[in-house]
Ligand binder design. Structure first.
Ligand code: C2E
Ligand code: MG
Ligand code: MG
Ligand code: MG
Length: 292
């Protein structure tokens, strides 16, 4: 028989919901102004070429350290900031901060010409009519050549205002700002927009990578996603690589680049630069044939 909900259980359930609701609200309030209070920072995770093992770029990932609650995951606070609209100010801060790092790293001669830094962009930001224009003006203001900068957008980010997203992305693509579609395969996928939107990169979500060694279905899906990307002229970055075998398999199927704890966790800027300076490209110890 199905368990019966007693009034008491219902009450404690609604109390739990209420507590959760309060927690969300207080987080949402705490987000406002967190950048000005210096509670937010960026971490950088390297992207590695599976062919040459060279560092091809980095992804900037937002970090929030709340004075009392400690570290709060972007997976928890980004959706709240999207809902409240605070993501617009936070997103601006992320763009600004990233550009300042790029300027300073270039001054120190740390970035070669093939290195880009990618920033995640929320749906809400892409609904702005002047998103691309402002971004390009800001890059110009810092004297950063467009190719050093890239964006990552999720499928849901595109769906919310497809028409405008298309205009903004086309404007960026014309100016050589690479745009990646993030977490591919986990959202409300429509093959139509991969064909019609000007992406340069498709990121295979970690969900398809984590069991790749044991799960033949995941291996097939990774092959299909990679072929699909190549068919529409995109290159492929795999997320969440944690083992050399995963890297070897993805390399074997033609995936161009990878990111993951196997190489490096997202690191604070200084640690990231140290990491880059110590990285020596070495071919993967496993040959592809051991896996396929
Ligand atoms: P994402 O853009 O797909 O970023 C990849 C996430 O996977 C990051 O989580 C990264 O730390 C994590 N990751 C990387 N390699 C591995 C691995 O080998 N194993 C595992 N288990 N995880 C790995 P993070 O930093 O917690 O960010 C979560 C999500 O929050 C991001 O997913 C992105 O959608 C969003 N986010 C982060 N920063 C920003 C931002 O500045 N703006 C916006 N709009 N969203 C952001
Ligand atoms: Mg991303
Ligand atoms: Mg992703
Ligand atoms: Mg992901």
């Amino acid at each position: 028989a199905l368990p019966q909900d007693t009034p008491q259980r219902i009450q404690s359930y609604s109390e739990a919901l209420e507590a959760q609701q309060r927690h969300r609200l207080s987080l949402q309030q705490a987000i406002r102004g967190a950048t000005q209070r210096g509670e937010m920072s960026l971490a950088f995770q390297p992207k590695i070429s599976l062919e040459t093992q060279e560092i091809i770029g980095a992804e900037a990932l937002l970090r929030w350290h709340h004075p009392e609650l400690g570290h709060i995951s972007p997976a928890d606070f980004i959706p709240l900031a999207e809902a409240s609209g605070d993501i617009l100010a936070i997103g601006d801060w992320v763009l600004e901060e990233t550009m300042q790092y790029i300027v300073s790293w270039r001054k120190q001669g740390l970035l070669n010409d093939h290195f880009h830094v990618a920033v995640n962009v929320a749906a809400r930001q892409l609904t702005r009519r002047d998103f691309a224009k402002r971004l390009l003006e800001r890059l110009a203001g810092y004297g950063i050549p467009e190719r050093f900068f890239a964006l990552e957008v999720t499928e849901s980010g595109l769906m919310s205002d497809m028409q405008n997203a298309r205009i903004q992305l086309a404007q960026l693509a014309r100016m050589n700002v690479a745009v990646a579609i993030d977490d591919f395969g986990t959202g409300h996928s429509s093959l139509a927009y991969i064909k019609t939107l000007p992406f340069s990169t498709l990121k295979i979500d970690r969900a398809f990578v984590m069991d790749i060694e044991n799960n033949p279905v995941d291996r097939q899906l990774a092959v299909m996603i990679t072929q699909l990307a190549h068919a529409v002229g995109c290159d492929v970055v795999a997320e969440g690589i944690e083992t050399p075998a995963q890297a070897a398999y993805l390399h074997a199927i033609g995936c161009e680049a990878a990111q993951g704890y196997y190489y490096a966790r997202p690191l604070p800027a200084n640690d990231f630069i140290d990491w880059c300076n110590h990285w020596t490209p070495e071919p993967s110890p496993l040959t592809a044939m051991e896996l396929v």
